[in-house]
Design a protein around this ligand. Sequence first.
Ligand SMILES: NC(=O)c1ccc[n+]([C@@H]2O[C@H](COP(=O)([O-])OP(=O)(O)OC[C@H]3O[C@@H](n4cnc5c(N)ncnc54)[C@H](O)[C@@H]3O)[C@@H](O)[C@H]2O)c1
Length: 370
Amino acid sequence: MHTPDPLTPDAADRVRVAVVGTGNIARFHVEALRSMPEDVEIVAAADVDPDNLERFTDRYGIADRYGDMDRMLREARPDLVHLCTPPGLHHGQAMACLSAGATALVEKPPALSLAELEDMAAAEGAQGPWVATLFQHRFGSGARRVRALVESGELGRPLVAVCHTHWFRDQAYFDAPWRGRWDTEGGGPTMGHGIHQMDLLLALLGDWTEVSAIARRQARTMETEDLSLGHVAFANGAVACFVNSVLSPREESYIRIDFERATVELRHLYGYGDNDWTLTPAPGYEEQARSAWAAGESGVSSGHSAQIAHVVAALRAKEPPPVTSAESLRTMRLLAGVYASAAQHRTVTPDELRRGAPFHSRMHEGGSPW
Ligand SMILES: NC(=O)c1ccc[n+]([C@@H]2O[C@H](COP(=O)([O-])OP(=O)(O)OC[C@H]3O[C@@H](n4cnc5c(N)ncnc54)[C@H](O)[C@@H]3O)[C@@H](O)[C@H]2O)c1
């Protein structure tokens, strides 16, 4: 049961945070939270695996530990719960957090389907609690700078883009019981790996209007695809091609946008800093492009810390924390469009992916078609 700490006079102002799921990714969350002690208090952790829970809470000095998330919600009464559990649990756990009055910050993918994520969005309150998705690559200064340039038009219109996730995951990686299965991960590299770059592409270029894709299981033994690729068109007129692969021994995450007056590129792997972005001006626009680029934000690497700082600041300001459910629904709708297009061998638009339609309540229909 929570009892206020009389030695910490500002405790009432701090965001009370709990971490649920104490496996691989949870440490990035807790390390970010520990870097902002004036803003947050880590009140509890929960996991059904007692070994993971003990190792994690011992390491980070978290006294209140629970084997059951619902009991943790009742007793620790957090304002914010970081859901670092396998994707198949996100919907049920986020709904439980919202019912208990806590905002849920959900690791990607936020749900297994559009239907699940729409449920979660519908359960939010206008004044909170809310659902936010962890998409950390939106929050480096490079991405914010490019977004500002798209909005200001200083580099001209974005015309053509490339969005590649070439990662490598061997067969042993898919031995984890929840990976590579429709009912626990929701998809393969489209939902689990390329989702980061696909989300970043959408954050930079805005609403999408149509997608055409293929998906394959080329080399891994798993239920879902191990590769998807295709092209997507945007409301602003830009078009992009994308690859989501876990089969690529030379790993790279790559985004490129050719504007009328410059090419902007990002090359990284699992996170970027300012130096991972480059600008190549078009002939005749050297000075204009370079000064527009130099005027943008700088100094922030992408990563959990960058996003979690924004989430905590939003909660303290009583505003919906990023990435909001509306924004993550747009990304999930594109991923559903990739699966729908690949399975049906045709171009798909966002309007088709509505409640009751195929690919709305799951990312696959009638087994794996490839
Ligand atoms: N943002 C990123 O860069 C990034 C990177 C890796 C993983 N992830 C995402 O983070 C999530 C977790 O991935 P992971 O690699 O840490 O997985 P993991 O298997 O290492 O850890 C999951 C933890 O959840 C616990 N758990 C399972 N059922 C539970 C329940 N009912 N209640 C409480 N705890 C429960 C497990 O015991 C385990 O400790 C996934 O959604 C994954 O896609 C995000």
